[in-house]
Design a protein around this ligand. Structure first.
Ligand code: PBG
Length: 325
């Protein structure tokens, strides 16, 4: 018997049909918008290597959050630049630290906006590493207690979710334990489970002033050559109690996102990082690419690869685009 020739183009002939058979759809509800908070008043300082991204002071946060809300965004990820840095990153868990103040301000003024905080020491240490140094080496176990204190201080200030990005071994368990002991059982952990030692973080390190002064992060971040290791890291974080597993960066690691999606039942997040954002911005500024289309295609591809949640500096732009559709 002869089958009629299959002609997919019948179903592609117009947008109504393309929309009918579309396999992946994005919505503003799956996006998380990162914000950099810095000391001072009325500060809105552009980040040179990330056009469209600003470091803002605490008093500017509520207005920013309301603008996001109007676009349909429900989630912010906060990064803090402290007044002072020291070798042990005390600013990370100070009761009146920059992030703690930022969370309180947002929870007071825009309570429905969900606040996730970055839990790491690199923005708070004078040497720029993600942990405590002993003999110039990051000491994993000495760092865990401080990270746990930071996460607890965020929860106390009102954070809805914490996102440890330091890559110390055992931090998810440590953070889960301290949160539970203090009645924050309902605060989930979005773990940067699979974080590569990547050159794509360059512009972020400008924004957060957190480039390591000596050495690099290869001791605790993953080798881009490895994918089986990604599964091991994710398994550990899941066993320690992570609620969401994150892959970072996103575009250069779509295969890793897909592998995690296939192996795990937990929600998967992907961080479309600063360098990935900056490259689109730079090419668009030259007039070499169509920024909106490249942005939309990039974020859609991250979603199609298997990420339920996307953290991106393009969240506002993407939310605007989704509105028009
Ligand atoms: C560490 C942290 C970094 C990023 C998010 N959390 C920097 C790093 O690991 O060096 C990078 C995010 C980006 O590049 O957009 N606190």
């Amino acid at each position: 018997m002869m089958f009629p020739e299959y002609r997919p183009r019948r179903l592609r002939r117009n947008e109504q049909f393309r929309s009918l058979i579309r396999e992946t759809r994005m919505s503003a509800g799956q996006l998380i918008y990162p914000l950099f908070v810095q000391p001072g008043r009325k500060v809105r300082e552009p980040v040179g290597s990330m056009p469209g991204v600003f470091r803002i002071s605490v008093d500017q946060l509520a207005a920013e959050a309301r603008e996001c809300q109007e676009l349909g965004l429900n989630h912010l990820l906060l990064f803090g630049l402290p007044d002072k840095k020291d070798p042990v990153g005390s600013g990370a868990h100070a009761k009146d630290g920059i992030i703690q103040r930022a969370i309180r301000e947002l929870k007071n003024k825009v309570p429905e906006m969900m606040i996730t905080t970055d839990v790491c020491l690199c923005e708070y240490t004078s040497h720029g590493h993600c942990g405590i140094l002993i003999d110039k080496q990051v000491d994993n176990d000495a760092t865990l207690e401080i990270l746990a204190q930071a996460a607890l201080s965020h929860a106390r200030a009102g954070a809805d979710m914490v996102a440890p990005s330091d890559m110390m071994d055992g931090r998810v368990a440590e953070i889960r334990q301290i949160l539970d002991e203090n009645n924050f059982e309902r605060v989930p952990i979005m773990s940067y489970a699979v974080k590569y030692a990547s050159a794509f973080y360059g512009p972020f390190r400008d924004a957060a002033e957190c480039a390591p002064q000596e050495g690099d992060r290869q001791g605790y971040q993953m080798d881009p050559a490895n994918s089986r290791e990604a599964l091991r890291e994710a398994t550990l974080d899941m066993e320690e109690g992570a609620d969401i597993l994150m892959v970072k960066p996103a575009v250069a690691y779509l295969d890793i996102i897909r592998q995690l999606r296939d192996e795990f039942d937990l929600p998967i997040a992907a961080y479309h990082v600063s360098g990935e954002y900056a490259m689109i911005k730079a090419a668009a500024a030259q007039g070499w690419i169509d920024e909106k289309r490249v942005m939309a295609e990039t974020l859609l591809s991250i979603h199609r690869a298997g990420a339920d949640i996307i953290i991106t500096y393009y969240a506002k732009e993407m939310a605007k685009l989704l509105r028009n559709v």
